[in-house]
Design a binder for this molecule. Structure first.
Ligand code: CAA
Length: 258
């Protein structure tokens, strides 16, 4: 599929997807979301891809859902059409790891897209926010749910009720992002992190992603049991034998995803 609103590059086992609607600060419209889902599913099915990075421009990761696309829609339009539901569900079903590399604005649906990824690396100029309240609506792709789990109720209420933006330092302090890097080095740092993940056993990587995500869905005792059983099951893989043998032999492991 030829894309018009994103750019996809595969390099050293990492698929980098760049959101590319510069005139609209990468606002998420139907076309961009459709192309993004298509590219993610393509990366999921491509054996050469072992990790995915989603990024935007220096000024904006994404300034939210496309307000111009939504402004004339009725309740019936958005409810019957399940606005953003299928795309959000498809993004979180991807089993390969996804890093969000965020520079500039990550607002509304942009912040929510970043939170759908497995972790966020922020440039020092990043600004996160859920300003939907200023439009007479509220977050619709996870801003009232995921953000609350990331940063706690008080800060989430503050962000969702006042619509204020959070800078990169506050986002790191609050647990929204895993690290902050200089804006000029964002792509390099995100690709390096993705490269590190790409060196691991893909079986183990997918198991870790499932287990960490499970912690959001089930009570602690269930999550711990799930983790223990997945840990046990990894002993059935050749990569476990290889990883432990390589440690004993003081060499790099050569994982084969088996
Ligand atoms: N949708 C559509 N177009 C957008 C947009 C959006 N979310 N954000 C920016 N744009 C467009 C602007 O309309 C403008 O286009 P024109 O030149 O054609 O007018 C262009 O991008 C550049 O934007 P600005 O001139 O506004 O740039 P700025 O530097 O002055 O301000 C900004 C930047 C603070 C991010 C500002 O653009 C802004 O506040 N954007 C909207 C942010 C927002 O409210 N996001 C939430 C959307 S609703 C949502 O996401 C729902 C959900 O949860 C699913």
């Amino acid at each position: 599929m030829a894309y018009e609103t994103i750019i996809v590059e595969v390099e050293d086992h990492v698929a980098k997807i760049t959101l590319n609607r510069p005139d609209a600060l990468n606002a998420l419209n139907d076309q961009l979301l459709g192309e993004l889902v298509d590219a993610l599913q393509d990366a999921e099915g491509n054996d050469k891809v072992r990790c995915i990075v989603i990024t935007g421009s220096e000024k904006a990761f994404a300034a939210g859902a496309d307000i111009k696309m939504m402004s004339e829609k009725s309740f019936v339009d958005v409810f019957a059409g399940n606005l953003f539901g299928p795309e959000a569900d498809a993004i979180v079903r991807i089993r390969k790891p996804i890093i969000a590399a965020v520079s500039g604005y990550a607002l509304g649906g942009g912040c929510e897209l970043a939170m759908m990824c497995d972790f966020i690396i922020a440039a020092d100029n990043a600004k996160f926010g859920q300003p939907e309240i200023n439009l007479g609506v509220m977050a619709g792709m996870g801003g009232s749910q995921r953000l609350t789990r990331f940063i706690g109720k008080s800060k989430s209420m503050d962000m969702n009720l006042t619509g204020r933006f959070m800078d990169a330092d506050e986002a790191e302090r609050s647990g929204l992002v895993s690290r902050v890097v200089p804006a000029k080095k964002l792509t390099e740092e995100a690709m390096a992190a993705a490269g590190k993940i790409a060196e691991k056993s893909m079986i183990t990587v997918m198991a870790v992603k499932e287990a960490v995500n499970r912690s959001y869905e089930v009570p602690l005792a269930e999550g711990l049991l799930f983790e223990r059983r997945v840990f046990h099951s990894l002993f059935a893989t050749e990569d476990q034998k290889e990883g432990m043998a390589a440690f004993a032999e003081k060499r790099e492991a050569q994982f084969r995803d088996k």
